[in-house]
Design a protein around this ligand. Structure first.
Ligand code: ZN
Length: 205
């Protein structure tokens, strides 16, 4: 009788433990599935953020730029420029223009007053095979058919645009594995025979 009572007790304990385990295993599984779906949702909902070149705020749309007539427009593709608003796009253009004015003063003796970019292709044709070096500095850019080598880093063409007259604009993206997301926008002037990113000016070698 005593053994029987003991085994009965043992049996109910085992049964209870089994159900406890079953409950634990089920809830554990459910929890991990919930975690999984939360992670996936977060990934899907979080858009890519860019940092504005001018005001340094972050934004998630494609950005803005000024077209050849100076009108502000939103970019159709991301990674083509990093300007959050029309105001910042105008300020960036102003910086480029100022950098050019400074170059004009410094290099008026060698200005090519007849040069003109009639088409976007003219900008490309002008640059291919040419190299430019920073005045008194170490930065060097060499352009070829596939893109440019900037201080040893390889870039490929994204776009090249005539801004009318002697000014053009080119965009390049890095194909260097150490810096795969980097893009660079450069303004070209065939009149001053120079290119600039708005801060550093490089002259034709
Ligand atoms: Zn901005």
């Amino acid at each position: 009788m005593r053994i029987n009572k003991f085994s009965k007790h043992l049996f109910s304990t085992i049964t209870l433990c089994f159900f406890c385990f079953l409950f634990w295993a089920t809830s554990e599984k459910k929890e991990s599935r919930e975690n999984e779906s939360t992670t996936t949702e977060m990934k899907e909902e979080k858009p890519t953020e860019w940092t504005c070149n001018i005001c340094k705020t972050t934004f998630t749309h494609n950005g803005f730029e000024l077209d050849e007539n100076g009108n502000c427009k939103s970019l159709e593709e991301p990674m083509q420029g990093f300007l959050c608003s029309c105001k910042c796009a105008k300020e960036a253009r102003g910086n480029f223009d100022k950098a050019y004015d400074d170059v004009m003063e410094a290099t008026s003796y060698q200005a090519d007053n007849d040069c003109k970019f009639e088409s976007d292709n003219d900008v490309l044709t002008y640059l291919i095979g040419k190299s430019f070096t920073q005045d008194g500095g170490t930065i060097k850019i060499r352009f070829d058919a596939s893109g440019a080598t900037i201080s040893g880093m390889q870039y490929q063409w994204m776009s090249y645009t005539s801004l009318g007259g002697y000014k053009g604009k080119v965009k390049l993206s890095s194909i260097d594995p150490s810096n795969p997301d980097a893009t660079i926008t450069l303004y070209v002037s065939c009149k001053e025979k120079s290119i600039t990113d708005g801060q550093t000016v490089l002259f034709l070698d």
